[in-house]
Design a protein around this ligand. Structure first.
Ligand SMILES: [Zn+2]
Length: 107
């Protein structure tokens, strides 16, 4: 089974339907609802940015533990900087690839 952008839309719609007062993603300018994963509860970002953040921290950052130790603001600033650098097309490519793994994508 391949996860596609339609699945993301369905996921956002279901989250909104089941949680009418859900907050929006904390990533600046993102209007998607924060993600909810069974067993892990509510995230601070939407499914798109959750996957992108996971990729960034574990595949891009040389020392993930160091990044985790940064303040929330510092981490957010560096993450945003990186997303701006790679551009939206590359972000989408990464996120879609991440979503194919069942560890990353549970509905
Ligand atoms: Zn988002």
């Amino acid at each position: 089974m391949t996860v596609n952008w339609k699945d993301f839309e369905v996921r956002y719609a279901n989250i909104r339907k089941n949680n009418p007062n859900i907050e929006n993603c904390s990533f600046e300018g993102c209007l998607n609802p924060v993600d909810i994963t069974e067993g892990m509860g509510k995230d601070t970002t939407c499914a798109f940015h959750r996957l992108l953040f996971d990729f960034w921290i574990y595949e891009v950052c040389v020392d993930p533990m160091k990044v985790i130790a940064y303040s929330k603001e510092e981490r957010r600033r560096r993450f945003t900087e990186w997303t701006n650098k790679i551009g939206i097309e590359k972000q989408k490519e990464i996120v879609l690839e991440m979503a194919q793994s069942t560890i990353n994508w549970m509905c």
